[in-house]
Ligand binder design. Structure first.
Ligand SMILES: [Fe+2]
Length: 587
């Protein structure tokens, strides 16, 4: 049975996908269409875009699959305000007339069963608003499937990354929280997932990491990777006492080490004032080092406990905390793990993949054999709005079609140029994987300064990343046996130690410890990008390029020709390729 279904994530980093015959045929995040980074809320613009772009009408769609049992209604500004409120005392909140924040704090003190009843009463209203949101797109009356937030994280990781549809897998999910849960362990086999452990909301490693990120003056739920990037700089001597404090917040449950359990009285989403008290005199790099070490230590313990309990050594993972590539590296290097992979862009943006796959499998278990993720180039073509872009920028940009665009890009990179590439279908998710990327020669140590000056304004301590041909992976990277072959790390979800050839990709490694969050580029899934790197290798003897996302600092990655031309005009970028069209600035 072939069904076309729509998957919708209506919460954080909201998104839409189209399912057909086991595969995700199209997917896009609201942030890309609406040009609002990390958008939280119903993805109205992405949904309208998807329906029009794919030529879908309501009669083509058999069902809509949502990403949560209870659709979140929080806005991004309310979400961030909660972090600030968290630093204030209850008395301060009441005194300042901030009744909503105070009520929320008091709500958390109610007994859990009463909270659940009150939440369920609220959920009814939320579901109603989803009906209205769907009706606005002509989708009223379609069957709506709801699966829980963490079952969607688990299903998306399992169906996309599993070694084989019939082998047994351990499926781990870990995030800040969703549908009253912040971590799960499933056993999966033949398409069927069985929940064996569920950590309820309030015992969340993700929340602790997010609250520390906020404490350090950065944006929670977005900038956690900046702490991860800073962590290697920290002196272990000063990390140790801060790590000890964090160990007092959360651990595995001594009665069941597949669960997390907090050791402090308040829930992990309410530790703002505790953090202020405990870390007031701790230097920023020591705290970054401590929270990263804490995350790695706890995740490794948890994974080991799950393997020890089940004896299953094929492990796949999803949920926002697994965006932490340094923790993934520590897990991948465990001696007892045989197979370990992480869903690309495993935050809430990929929840719809899990929901449509769960619905497809529930409708027909034979779908198990066809459900897979071939690659993540799932968005619109670069040439979308090309004619409009040519018209809008005719006075400022020249457009010259090239016979061998891949070769021309490689030549320019070898000459030391920085080249923006907007080609083929847009990558889905957080990482630019060559199709919406800014490329450069990573052996050129001045290139980081040049890219930062031209476009990125990246934080000074954050490394760039390399992309290399699959054939060159062993030359540059120390690859643990657990990282899957032949689909070897195409999505930048793993970090690796580098070999003594690291000077070839110097600007794409972490300057302090030489690790690299590498993209390994395969000719069958990214043929043109692979051809660029291979050609660059022929010229220079180094088949590796620096790959950074093509976006203005603080803005979403470009979606199509129009966005690409816009960013080019607002920056000092000199070379842009839209598919095989070389775009330059008119004098
Ligand atoms: Fe989540």
């Amino acid at each position: 049975m072939v069904m076309v279904m729509l998957g919708i994530n209506e919460g954080a980093n909201s998104s839409v996908c189209v399912y057909d015959g086991g595969r995700i045929r199209f997917a896009v995040q609201e942030e890309r269409v609406a040009r609002k980074k990390e958008f939280i809320g119903f993805p109205h613009e992405a949904l309208a875009f998807t329906l029009a772009h794919c030529g879908l009408t309501p009669k083509d769609i058999e069902a809509v699959c949502l990403s949560n049992l209870a659709s979140p209604t929080v806005t991004r500004s309310a979400f961030l305000a909660d972090y600030d409120d968290n630093l204030k005392s209850l008395g301060d909140l009441i005194g300042a007339g901030e009744g909503r924040a105070a009520a929320k704090r008091l709500f958390r003190r109610l007994p859990a069963p009463l909270r659940l009843t009150l939440r369920r009463a609220r959920y009814g209203g939320m579901n109603q608003s989803i009906e209205e949101a769907l009706a606005a797109h002509g989708l009223a009356g379609l069957p709506v499937n709801r699966f829980s937030h963490h079952s969607n994280h688990a299903a998306s990781a399992y169906f996309a990354m599993r070694r084989d549809p019939d082998e047994r897998h351990l499926v781990l999910t870990l995030d800040g929280g969703g549908d009253d849960t912040c971590a799960t362990v499933h056993l999966a086999e033949g398409g069927r997932m069985t929940l064996i452990a569920r950590t309820p909301f309030g015992h969340s490693l993700g929340q602790i990491y997010g609250r520390v990120t906020h404490l350090m003056g950065m944006t929670p739920h977005e900038h956690e990777y900046k702490l991860m990037g800073m962590a290697p700089y920290a002196d272990p001597k000063y990390v140790a006492p801060a790590l000890d404090i964090l160990r007092g917040y959360l651990d595995l449950d001594p009665d069941d080490p597949l669960l997390f359990k907090r050791k402090i009285p308040e829930e992990t989403g309410f530790i703002g004032r505790r953090l202020l008290r405990d870390f007031r005199r701790v230097r920023f790099d020591s705290l970054a080092g401590a929270v990263q070490a804490f995350a790695e230590e706890l995740m490794v313990k948890w994974v080991r406990a799950a393997i020890a309990r089940t004896g299953v050594t094929n492990v796949v993972a999803g949920g926002g905390v697994f965006m932490n590539v340094r923790a993934n590296k520590a897990i991948a290097e465990l001696p007892e793990i045989e197979f370990f992979d992480v869903l690309p862009s495993c935050g809430d943006e990929t929840l719809p993949f899990g929901s449509v796959w769960q619905a497809a499998f529930a409708a027909d278990p034979a779908a198990n054999e066809t459900i897979a993720l071939d690659d993540v180039y799932l968005g619109p073509e670069a040439a979308t709005r090309l004619d409009a872009a040519r018209q809008a920028f005719a006075g400022r940009l020249s457009f010259d079609r090239q016979d061998d665009a891949n070769g021309r890009i490689a030549d320019l990179l070898a000459e030391g140029a920085v080249v923006a590439r907007c080609a083929g279908r847009m990558e889905f998710g957080a990482r630019a994987l060559g199709n919406r990327s800014v490329l450069a020669d990573p052996a050129n140590e001045r290139v980081v300064t040049r890219i930062n000056k031209m476009i990125k304004k990246r934080d000074f301590w954050m490394p760039f990343a390399p992309a290399m041909t699959a054939a060159a992976a062993e030359t540059y990277l120390r690859l643990p046996p657990s990282v899957p072959r032949p689909r070897l790390s195409p999505y930048m979800m793993h970090s690796f130690d580098t070999t003594d050839r690291r000077d070839d990709l110097f600007a794409g490694t972490h300057p302090y410890d030489g690790t690299a969050r590498a993209q390994i580029v395969h000719p069958d899934t990214a043929s043109d990008f692979h051809a660029v790197i291979a050609r660059f290798g022929e010229i220079t003897g180094r088949p590796v390029v620096l790959n950074s996302s093509f976006n203005l600092h603080g803005f979403p990655i470009v979606m199509d020709a129009m966005d690409a031309c816009q960013v080019m005009c607002e920056t000092e970028i000199e070379h842009l390729f839209i598919d095989d069209i070389h775009v330059t600035k008119k004098p």
